[in-house]
Design a protein around this ligand. Structure first.
Ligand code: GLU
Length: 366
């Protein structure tokens, strides 16, 4: 791999990297990572940090030995830990004359297109001011339905949002281990195949959240946005210098050749669909290979309750997710028009010009 200076990167740090023992800050490591980030900044790379650790640090400060299952206790830990986390980052960056900016997000903040664009504009502003944005999930207020779930997903969404060239996920895992072959770290993944996915196991750490499964799904999201993903051990000295010096000791996921355009990314990855529309076998190649809109004639069924304008999954005849899009009709309307030709639909919707069930501009293949 050749040495390059990327324009913009996102660095995600797991709880296990930032702490030693339960809830004890690893200040030395944080200082070393801050130096690595500062060196990249000095070389001209814009860096956004996604930092875990709030819940873990809160647990330590409040004297808890294991992660509470109670949501309100977890939220309390996050409230205590988040301020400790930011103080530590500020201290880590101070010798490099860099200012940190705390950004706390919930999934809700990125689901609405307007708020998504607002967050993007704010991050651009913070970068222009020369600060290091340090992002975390707003765990103190995020209930299950508005949660990202894990910071791997959050970091991939942020990388997609800010059009980062690379996402670096640093955790206690040194990379993706080839469980089927050599038993060593796989240096490069060109394509995330089912075999690759099968090599990921969940986490067993008491303070960690996602494990390799969530890292691979984050990598999937990021590479479709044209962002290359590094997974490496945050415990290795000078890890960032090694990665960007072309000596990545972990795994690199190659970005996909044709990145999805920004609106389609938002549609594909930032939404939670509220229902589904199933299509027949003839509609599959029309959507998948010809990039056309979904017409009522190809629809065979509907799941869930949705209004026109809501996000739905489009399922193939076997029930697998083929695409995601904005429904132009409600579920009740789709139930009525399913299987109809556009001519047969016209009398039911007089004066309506567009009769596509999901227009191709609002549809993304998954
Ligand atoms: N937001 C959580 C925290 O700060 C971490 C979630 C994760 O690491 O995936 O503790």
């Amino acid at each position: 791999m050749k040495t390059t200076v990327p324009k913009r990167i996102v660095v995600k740090l797991g709880t296990g990297v930032l702490t030693s023992g339960i809830g004890q800050l690893n200040t030395e490591r944080i200082a070393a990572l801050a130096s690595g980030i500062a060196a990249l900044r000095a070389a001209g790379t814009e860096v956004i940090v996604v930092s875990s650790g709030a819940v873990g640090l809160g647990m330590g400060r409040l004297g808890l030995k294991r992660k509470p299952s109670d949501v309100s206790k977890k939220q309390a830990c996050a409230a205590v830990g988040q301020s400790l986390l930011m103080q530590t980052w500020q201290r880590g960056f101070a010798p490099h004359n860099l200012t940190v900016a705390q950004v706390l997000l919930t999934h809700e903040d990125l689901r609405s297109r307007q708020r998504y664009l607002g967050v993007k504009a704010c991050l651009e502003e913070l970068i222009d001011y020369g600060t290091i944005p340090v992002i975390n999930e707003n765990d103190t207020v995020s209930a299950a339905e508005i949660k990202f779930g894990d910071n791997d997903t959050l970091s991939a969404m942020v990388a997609s949002l800010v059009d980062a060239q690379h996402l670096v996920i640093l955790s206690t895992a040194p990379g993706l281990i080839d469980m089927k072959g050599t038993g060593r770290i796989i240096p490069i993944v060109e394509k995330i195949t089912p075999d690759i996915e099968a090599m990921a196991g969940g986490t067993t750490d008491i303070t960690a959240t996602g494990g390799m499964i969530s890292k691979i799904s984050a990598a999937k999201l990021a590479i479709r946005s044209g962002c290359g993903v590094f997974i490496a051990s945050g415990a290795e000295p000078d890890i960032l210098a090694r990665i960007f010096g072309g000596r990545n000791p972990g795994t690199f996921f190659v970005p996909s050749g044709i990145p999805m355009e920004s609106k389609k990314r938002w549609l594909a990855y930032f939404q939670r669909p509220v229902g589904a529309i199933q299509v027949n076998a003839c509609a599959v190649p029309v959507l998948r290979d010809q990039g056309r809109s979904l017409l009522a004639i190809g629809v065979t069924g509907v799941n869930g309750v949705f209004a026109a304008g809501d996000i739905v999954n489009i399922l193939d005849p076997e029930g697998s997710i083929l695409a995601r899009g904005v429904a132009a009709f409600s579920d009740a309307e789709v139930r009525v028009i399913a299987g109809m030709s556009s001519d047969a639909m016209k009398p039911l919707h007089p004066g309506r010009k567009r009769l596509e069930v999901v227009h191709r501009d609002n549809l993304v293949l998954l």
